[in-house]
Design a protein around this ligand. Structure first.
Ligand code: GLC
Length: 751
């Protein structure tokens, strides 16, 4: 969003009342305009995976329909592509469609971390990992904004559940907030300058996001340099004047002037500085001018072109989890196929709530399978979508399955199971679907299970008893065709998991703390979310983060890593060792064994999706700044790169490490300067403090052998190393002045 030359003169010409009127919506989806002052009203609309334009009325829960629009795969699918270029193309397509609908700001992307698979809105988020979410979030914003349409990066911050989302306080320690829940927002803001950032409903450590000065001003603007508009989630403002003072520029939707009047009154009674109003009004004027100028006069919706793109994107979003004996891809005419499961006929293709799109078209897998195979493939619904077992449907399905060579079983979560606005209580598939699957395995074990679900479901009861498992997530309006493309090999699957699939809900790190109680939820697992938890604890999972199969295979050779002054460079040669063209997602993780602070065993640092033709090799080069190895030190309120020997893993998933290399990183000085409060152990571990202390100790050891004997006794030494120097002073081993002299020597040597 650019700063416009005329903004200042427009602002100067406005009354206090006019300025205040800009700070809240004119309607549900429109900002306030002041026509005779040259401030246009602009339209905002959800997002994120389609343009949900509601020209009459409006709601933020998906209760009322929007105008037909292209329904692309929601983030759960799109994110599984692991391909920023693809995501940017979706952003461009959405930007064009927003233009055609005269929408100036698309309310997305949603980049909250998938903390727990029960979250009802995981379908709308990209990942359990902040780098992955940030890189793809940036790609989405770049794409949309390249079309002159703004975005709204959401929901800032820590909106990781739907239970009590309007009030709950997310209790998060500083390191976890800084290292896990904020980095994706930081990356997108610093890389792309989204026109707006949407604050979340919830509190963070007791303060509503909408009134969180540290979050909205100190971090977002002062640290990250955000220049755009902070907009509330719809109805998220509890108290307008404190929220404005805390940096919340635009309250949505309209409050029909009520809160504008509160702002005017606060300026008049001196409790709110007019400068705060001016700052927010200036941003809103800039937004309105950018929004208006970006709109193309003759933009049109290319329904067929958008649908074709949606099908391509959906094909890239599908994750092949299991394919024993290469049962897939199917060959048309090779043997009778039966399609079982209502989802094949009635696709589950998006999540429920504010993002819900009325699609321009809707493919279903059954028709697409019949078309691509050229066969009138028999079908049986097997179950209803209300989760009530239907014996007749199940019996019919078993009969149809028994007569086929291969069964394609479409199972998943009905839209009533997961949505914005509420969470799941478990991660189970509906019992009637699982019961039917058991009967189908009995009747015909040659089964391909295809799942439709917005968040992880438990598969551990049966997944090793079926030859193939395809995670179809939610794939948008063209998903039915895309699934058929993958099943019959027109598309070679290249999706990878962005959310670990646990064997049991009890294994999920937030199992005991999600979704909290009595107004607060403790993020007790800290940094250890998703693979950070499972891999650090070497815990079993059904399928790991970053995992996905292909119809071909890839080898990794000539791996190398090097470090220049501020960047780590990784390279690998990826060879397609199979007979089909394919796409591999190369991942780079780093770990620091023996770190001075608690850290996950490894963390994703870079990734790339690369197309490799059959039999060919591609050189893949990846890099990341050394600064991204940093951890956040709360005691110093600063990031710090610890020096040491880092492990650099080049991987095909978080559990499939193809090469493990090492790099030496010098690192920053310890964020905790040595002092009289430092322990003997910290002094002896400090690169500068140790030699200075040892030199001083040499004199003491020479004059008092008993101290030497103590320090030479391993048991005694361990205890002594836990002793702050203040203790040594109180025991008379050294004086305060002597310790202060040591501290001064360290400071001098460090300067
Ligand atoms: C909803 C959602 C948000 C959406 C907004 C407008 O409550 O939380 O993602 O953009 O309100 O519909």
């Amino acid at each position: 969003m650019s700063q416009h030359p005329q903004t200042e003169s427009i602002l100067a010409g406005l009354t206090l009342e006019q300025k205040a009127s800009l700070l809240s919506g004119a309607t549900f989806w429109e900002t306030e305009g002041i026509e005779d002052a040259g401030v246009p009203s602009i339209i905002v609309s959800d997002g994120p995976h389609g343009v949900r334009r509601q020209s009459t009325g409006g709601d933020h829960l998906g209760l009322l329909d929007g105008e037909p629009a292209t329904c692309f795969p929601p983030a759960v699918g799109l994110g599984s592509s692991w391909d920023p270029e693809l995501v940017e193309r979706v952003g461009e397509a959405l930007g064009r469609e927003a233009q055609a609908k005269r929408v100036s700001v698309l309310l997305g992307p949603g980049i909250n971390i998938k903390r727990d698979p029960r979250c009802g809105r995981n379908f709308e988020y990209l990942s359990e990992d902040p780098l992955h979410a940030g890189v793809l979030g940036s790609a989405f914003v770049r794409g949309v904004q390249s079309q002159g349409v703004g975005t709204s990066l959401k929901h800032y911050a820590a909106n990781n559940q739907e239970t009590d989302r309007l009030r709950v306080s997310a209790e998060i320690d500083t390191r976890t907030l800084r290292e896990l829940y904020l980095p994706a927002f930081r990356r997108v803001v610093t890389e792309t300058q989204p026109w707006t950032v949407m604050c979340s409903y919830n509190k963070i450590n007791g303060t509503f996001a909408s009134e969180h000065n540290w979050l909205l001003n100190t971090v977002l603007r002062d640290e990250w340099g955000f220049e755009g508009v902070v907009v509330s989630d719809w109805g998220a403002v509890r108290d307008r004047v404190p929220s404005l003072a805390a940096g919340l520029d635009l309250e949505m939707p309209t409050t029909v002037g009520r809160t504008d009047a509160e702002v005017v009154a606060a300026v008049k009674d001196g409790s709110l500085d007019i400068a705060v109003v001016d700052t927010a009004a200036r941003r809103l004027i800039d937004l309105a001018l950018s929004g208006q100028q970006g709109l193309w006069e003759n933009a049109e919706l290319d329904v067929d072109g958008q649908h074709a793109l949606a099908r391509e994107i959906a094909g890239r979003s599908i994750v092949l989890l299991r394919n024993e004996d290469a049962i897939l891809p199917l060959t048309p005419g090779a043997g009778p196929v039966a399609v079982i499961g209502e989802f094949a006929r009635t696709p589950r293709y998006q999540g429920a709530g504010s993002s819900q799109i009325v699609p321009t078209r809707l493919d279903n897998a059954l028709d697409a399978i019949r078309e691509i195979s050229g066969e009138d493939v028999p079908f049986a619904a097997g179950f209803t979508l209300d989760g009530v077992a239907d014996a007749a449907l199940a019996d019919e399905a078993v009969r149809v399955a028994a007569s086929a060579e291969t069964v394609l079983y479409f199972a998943g979560l009905p839209s009533s199971a997961e949505s914005e606005g509420f969470d799941r209580d478990d991660i189970e598939l509906p019992a009637d679907q699982v019961a039917l699957l058991e009967r189908l395995i009995e009747a015909n074990p040659r089964i391909v299970v295809v799942l439709s679900n917005g968040a992880v479901v438990r598969v551990s009861d049966w997944n090793e008893r079926v030859p193939a498992l395809v995670e179809g997530w939610l794939l948008g309006q063209a998903g039915g065709g895309a699934i058929a493309d993958v099943l019959y090999g027109a598309v070679n699957p290249s999706g990878r998991l962005t959310e670990s699939i646990p064997e049991r809900l009890q294994d999920v790190p937030a199992f005991t703390s999600f979704p909290g109680e009595q107004g607060s939820v403790r993020y007790a697992e800290g940094l250890y979310v998703g693979y950070r938890h499972y891999d650090t604890r070497e815990a079993a999972v059904s399928y790991p983060f970053g995992f996905g199969l292909s119809y071909t295979s890839f080898s990794y050779d000539h791996t190398a890593v090097r470090v220049d002054e501020d960047t780590v460079h990784v390279s690998v040669q990826v060879t397609n060792t199979g007979k089909r063209d394919g796409r591999e997602v190369v991942q780079v993780y780093t770990g620091l064994p023996g770190a001075e602070v608690s850290r996950p065993v490894h963390e994703l640092r870079a990734f790339a999706s690369v197309e490799v033709p059959a039999g060919e090799t591609r050189e893949v080069a990846l890099s990341f700044p050394i600064s991204e190895l940093a951890y956040f030190a709360p005691v110093a309120d600063a990031w710090s790169v610890e020096g040491g020997t880092y492990v650099v893993e080049i991987a095909a998933s978080s559990r499939d490490i193809r090469a493990s290399l090492e790099i030496q990183i010098e690192g920053d000085p310890s964020p905790i300067p040595l002092s009289i409060n430092s322990t003997l152990g910290e002094w002896l571990a400090h690169p500068i403090g140790a030699p200075i202390l040892n030199a001083a100790l040499a004199e003491v050891l020479a004059s008092t052998p008993a101290v030497g004997a103590m320090l030479n006794d391993p048991h005694m030494r361990k205890m002594a190393e836990q002793m702050p120097m203040t203790q040594a002073v109180s025991f008379g081993a050294v004086t305060t002045e002597q310790v202060q002299a040591l501290v001064a020597a360290v400071e001098q040597a460090s300067a």
